[in-house]
Design a protein around this ligand. Structure first.
Ligand code: AMP
Ligand code: ZN
Ligand code: FE
Ligand code: FE
Length: 270
């Protein structure tokens, strides 16, 4: 029962619609996926309705919150969240609004840097109510200011680069608490991408439920280390591809729910 527990749709910065994503997952013989869009739950109702038309396909309702620890990016995943929860709806709406305003500020900075770009160039790659830096990066690639998305981040968009703008975000503690409120499981996302490993002890002290051991950007030795860490601290082991649509990576990392009683129970309530 293979479930890829980390995927994005075009409701955040992925390229596929929830339906296209689910169809692709079925084509790849996955038994299920978690949709974990950045800061938004917008894909979940549509995805939920669509899986009802499929036999036995598991949809884990998820989210990925972008937070910071001592000034560095840390991502937290929420799984099996009740996406009707009013606090979750209110906060994700606020997060989205602030992303649009921040997108406009980034474009203003780019214009001051003599980049010929406007907000409509970015909105071509984004939805009206959600702008992420990857959308701006795609516009910069299209306009030949950079050769790829990585260069766009390095040259303009990453923290410390000339067009970087902060955005409103939840703290790690607030994210974990909100996920708990919605009856979800909180999981530290891709710890291999976090340089300051102190954050792991910090999230454990806040009562995190799990750790994302398998991830496209984790090296084999990191995967093993995180599994050991999860076992030592009684944390749920999760994993997924972090699929955004560009590459052929959907399902390259997954959790077999047959081998995870806790996750299995959340799906089948047994
Ligand atoms: P935002 O949520 O708008 O702040 O953008 C953050 C997202 O951009 C991350 O979740 C990644 O998907 C992507 N990202 C961050 N840094 C890079 C990078 N150096 N190259 C490519 N994508 C990146
Ligand atoms: Zn993303
Ligand atoms: Fe992430
Ligand atoms: Fe992600």
């Amino acid at each position: 029962m293979k479930v890829d527990m980390h995927t994005h749709t075009l409701y955040s910065d992925g390229l596929l619609s929830p339906k296209e994503l689910i169809d692709l997952a079925i084509e790849k013989n996955l038994s299920g996926i978690a949709i974990t869009d950045h800061d938004t739950i917008e894909a979940l109702e549509e995805a939920n309705q669509y899986v009802k038309t499929k036999d036995n396909f598991i949809l884990v309702t998820g989210i990925e919150f972008g937070c910071e620890y001592k000034g560095k990016e840390v991502h937290l995943l929420g799984y099996f969240i009740d996406y009707d929860h009013s606090d979750l709806i209110e906060i994700t709406e606020k997060l989205k609004e602030s992303r649009v305003a921040r997108g406009e500020k980034i474009v203003d900075k780019l214009i001051k840097l003599e980049v010929d770009i406007n907000i409509d160039d970015v909105k071509k790659f984004a939805r009206d109510n959600y702008i992420g830096r990857p959308h701006i990066a795609r516009a910069l690639v299209e306009k030949n200011y950079v050769k790829d998305i990585n260069e766009a981040f390095d040259k303009y968009l990453k923290k410390g680069a000339p067009a970087y703008v902060e955005r409103f975000q939840l703290s790690i503690k607030e994210s974990i608490e909100l996920i708990k409120k919605t009856k979800g499981l909180s999981v530290l996302a891709h710890p291999g991408l976090i340089k300051d490993k102190e954050v792991i002890d910090y999230v454990i002290s806040l009562g995190i439920d799990g750790i994302e051991c398998y991830h496209s950007k984790h090296k084999d030795n990191e995967i093993n280390d995180f599994i050991e860490l999860a076992k030592t601290n009684n944390l749920i082991i999760t994993g997924g591809s972090d699929f955004h649509g560009e590459e052929n990576i959907l399902g390259n990392h997954y959790i077999d729910f047959n081998h995870s009683p806790i996750l299995n129970r959340r799906v089948f309530h047994v």
